[in-house]
Design a protein around this ligand. Structure first.
Ligand SMILES: Nc1nc2c(c(=O)[nH]1)N[C@H]1C(S)=C(S)[C@@H](COP(=O)(O)OP(=O)(O)OC[C@H]3O[C@@H](n4cnc5c(=O)[nH]c(N)nc54)[C@H](O)[C@@H]3O)O[C@H]1N2
Ligand SMILES: Nc1nc2c(c(=O)[nH]1)N[C@H]1C(S)=C(S)[C@@H](COP(=O)(O)OP(=O)(O)OC[C@H]3O[C@@H](n4cnc5c(=O)[nH]c(N)nc54)[C@H](O)[C@@H]3O)O[C@H]1N2
Ligand code: SF4
Ligand SMILES: [Mo]
Length: 697
């Protein structure tokens, strides 16, 4: 038995440092260590279960080629030579007949490391002139807002949370989505800090909070503008800070004008007294902190909502003290940007913009209603589009096209992989080298393989590099090995040698801005004038009705219920979903269930004009009236008709960043009278059991 050290590259803010116990070449246990002090020796249950992902029966061990009809999941084994040969032929044919644009790379956050995304893959797809994927399903609106206001300044370190007197968790549920914050929140509460949660659901942390603002989904913009207006009318605005460090305050205040406490209470559903109490509490506390998450961005108002929330600490003068300000994504701590760095990925700025860009939210449309030129080859990696993209029916339809050549390169047989023409087996982070930064915890960590590749699996870097050679687009001077790639990546920091040595010794390095910056003292906005821009003109131009202008709820009398689909502790996005075969229910308030004559466990159909999900209902006190919940990341096997919340989520776009509006799904729920009709079953079959593990907070 031996313990080997690595870092978790999954799409999670925490970026844990890990101890992997290896016995006879097999991983037997994964746990946290304290190399990254934020990990503090423990990790989530998901990654403790990760050996079941590595060795489970869904693990893809060899390349495979489709046998039967699309989606039936019948494959024969193939050699890498045959599989890559076929992919090369089909890509060349598509490029010849329809141009490179007919090829679409489809990828997202399966692996957050520098080696497994935006490396040799970027080089390949850019050079063959493929359509460019706009990766907008997550963080596009919040990223646009944070960049516009603060130039993506890195926020308050989680380690400084115990300093705060008031902490607002805004649209974030660290109880599942970033668990290492919990001890710091506990410590802050023990020190007497007040905890405020802004979230439609009464999840565990919301129940522990001093104030729970149970907003109607999509109304945070109104709440934040109202709080700013209240601070202003009650003379709690820090004019000195604003004149020294901000622009655009007057335009922001103008946009707050319509948001009286009364109107805001009507729109958000939060009582007037609670809004005022929390505005006063925030205004009077120092240090005061906002942890802004991603739950508030996934709707039509998402970009403006995040911008207004991030404006609060500037307006109220909360910066300049330890534990004061906000935290959102800390990825800005590393200015490494391989996407833009010619010579690292091989990305070539002189080639100009891609011939065609496709918004990831619209991939269903692009695949199903043949764009011009049509997409003929889709190459899926680091992503499970059938589970995670909106307009799931269109994604199904598109992937079922017989004339579409689909490559799925993954570790396990996902819902999407069943629709592949060629399946390629990917290594997991335990089997390949990786270098990653967190977007919560700030250090950069390197992980070397701790076991040999399972089966014939191969790492992304190697496969995309080989495809560059096969397609004849490799060039003199490309980083051909992982070693060379890491070298060039570190060169960009200007401190390559220091970092090399530190990584070799400790497997971890820290950014120049430091680990625990005091904002507006140790670190300033990364905007050109180093000020916060409270009303960036470009964002105002971009938003359909202008920045900070509220768009009404999309609910109708036919579809009044807001369906939200946030993260749960079972999966990370849809990763590890194969490990749970139980049926997952829709959580609903007792009032909404009663109004529809439903009791716990009843089979229901949840539907709108885009599609329907058949499963059971879970009557839950956590849910407010008018809101239902089906978790993000579930697989087709988790419902009775092989559909998930994405069957009813629209592909409309957020006001900023052209992001996903998952939580703008508006639906109705009714009893499913006679079980399943014969036409109900999708490609997956139901386990039929009413699991005990429904949506958990
Ligand atoms: N266990 C686990 N951890 C994860 C992930 C996972 O899938 N599982 N995913 C990772 C990824 S990719 C991401 S992006 C992050 C996301 O992590 P979070 O930032 O926590 O985002 P969500 O899970 O989408 O939603 C957070 C909360 O927002 C609430 N919410 C929904 N709509 C609204 C709204 O309109 N306003 C407000 N104020 N709240 C709303 C939800 O009820 C939920 O409790 O987590 C990462 N960590
Ligand atoms: N309804 C609804 N849908 C959502 C959301 C929501 O809130 N509601 N949230 C959205 C969010 S926040 C996000 S970030 C996206 C996430 O969407 P995705 O990034 O697509 O996440 P996963 O579904 O987990 O897909 C990751 C896949 O990559 C594979 N993978 C991991 N590592 C590697 C590797 O090294 N090589 C290769 N080739 N494959 C690898 C994994 O096995 C897994 O199947 O989902 C979005 N979808
Ligand atoms: S998923 Fe997050 S909490 Fe779990 S081990 Fe990875 S970084 Fe840590
Ligand atoms: Mo995400």
């Amino acid at each position: 038995m031996e313990i080997r050290q690595t870092a978790c590259p999954l799409d999670c803010p925490d970026a844990c440092s890990l101890d992997v116990t290896v016995d006879n070449g097999q991983v037997v246990k994964i746990d946290g260590n304290s190399i990254n002090s934020y990990t503090d020796g423990y990790i989530c249950a998901k990654v403790r279960k990760y050996p079941e992902h590595v060795y489970g029966k869904e693990r893809i061990l060899k390349p495979a080629i489709r046998q039967g009809k699309k989606g039936e999941g019948e494959f024969r084994e193939a050699s890498w030579e045959e599989a890559l040969g076929l992919i090369t032929d089909r890509m060349q044919e598509a490029a010849r007949t329809f141009s490179g644009e007919s090829i679409l790379p489809l990828f997202y956050g399966g692996s957050n490391g520098y080696l497994t995304q935006d490396s040799a893959d970027t080089r390949l797809f850019q050079r063959i002139g493929a359509s460019q994927l706009l990766r907008t399903v997550c963080a596009a609106p919040s990223g646009a807002a944070a960049k516009g206001l603060y130039g993506k300044m890195s926020g308050v370190a989680f380690e400084d949370y115990p300093e705060a007197k008031t902490i607002i968790l805004w649209g974030v549920n660290p109880g599942v989505s970033g668990i290492h914050l919990l001890p710091y929140l506990n410590e802050a509460q023990e020190n007497g800090a007040k905890l405020v949660v802004v979230d439609p659901r009464a999840h565990r942390l919301a129940r522990k909070a001093d104030y729970h603002l149970q907003v109607r989904p999509g109304t945070d913009l109104a709440l934040a503008l109202c709080m700013i207006r209240w601070l202003w009318t009650n003379e709690m605005v820090d004019h000195e800070f604003l004149s020294r460090h901000a622009t655009g305050a007057d335009q922001l205040f103008e946009k707050c004008e319509p948001w009286s406490v009364g109107r805001t209470a009507d729109v958000t559903g939060v009582p007037e007294e609670t809004i005022e109490t929390v505005a006063r509490l925030y205004g009077e506390s120092s240090p005061a902190l906002i942890r802004c998450g991603w739950g508030l961005e996934r709707n039509r108002n998402g970009g403006s909502a995040v911008a207004a929330v991030l404006a609060l600490p500037a307006v109220a003068g909360k910066f300049g003290v330890r534990g004061g300000g906000y935290t959102m994504s800390n990825s800005g701590a590393w200015a490494l940007d391989p996407e833009k760095a010619a010579g690292v990925t091989g990305y070539d700025p002189t080639l100009g913009p891609a011939p065609r860009s496709i918004n990831m939210n619209k991939v269903g449309q692009a695949l199903a209603f043949e764009d011009s030129p049509p997409i003929k080859v889709v190459f899926v990696y680091n992503c499970n589009p059938l589970a995670i993209l909106p307009r799931q029916e269109l994604v199904y339809k598109g992937l079922a096209r017989e004339d579409l050549f689909t490559v799925v390169y993954d570790q396990v047989l996902t819902d999407t992989a069943r629709f592949a023409d060629v399946i390629l087996p990917a290594t997991t982070f335990l089997e390949h080298r990786e270098i990653r930064r967190g977007y919560g915890a700030v250090p950069l960590q390197e992980g070397l393989p701790v076991i040999e590749p399972v089966g014939e699996s191969r790492p992304n870097f190697q496969v995309f590099n080989e495809l560059c050679h096969r397609l004849g687009v490799n060039r003199e001077g490309d980083a051909e090995t992982e070693e060379e790639f890491v070298d060039r990546l570190l060169e960009q920091t200007g401190r390559k040698e220091d970092y090399r040595q530190a990584l070799a010794k400790d497997k971890i390095v820290y950014p120049e801005c430091g680990v625990r910056p005091v904002l507006f003292q140790d670190s300033y906005p990364m905007t050109e004038d180093r000020k916060v821009h409270l009303f960036p003109e470009d964002l105002d131009q971009e938003a359909p009705r202008g920045l900070y202008v509220y768009q009404e709820d999309p609910g109708t009398t036919e579809y009044p219920l807001a369906l939200i689909s946030p993260a749960t502790g079972r999966t990370i996005s849809s990763s590890l979903g194969q490990l749970y075969r139980d049926q997952v229910g829709v959580a609903m308030s007792p009032k909404d269930a009663g109004d529809r004559g439903l009791s716990n466990g009843d089979t229901i159909r949840l539907f709108n004009d885009l599609g329907e999900v058949v499963t059971h209902v879970e009557v839950s006190d956590e849910m407010p009236e008018g809101v239902v919940f089906l978790p993000k990341g579930i697989w087709c096997q988790n419902t009775a008709n092989g559909r998930t919340s994405n069957a009813v989520s629209p592909d409309t776009l957020t006001d900023l960043g052209a992001g996903a509006c998952y939580n703008d799904a508006r639906v109705e729920v009714e009893r499913k009278a006679h079980g399943l009709d014969s036409g109900d079953l999708g490609t997956a079959s139901s386990s039929g059991t009413h699991g005990s593990t429904g949506p958990s907070s």
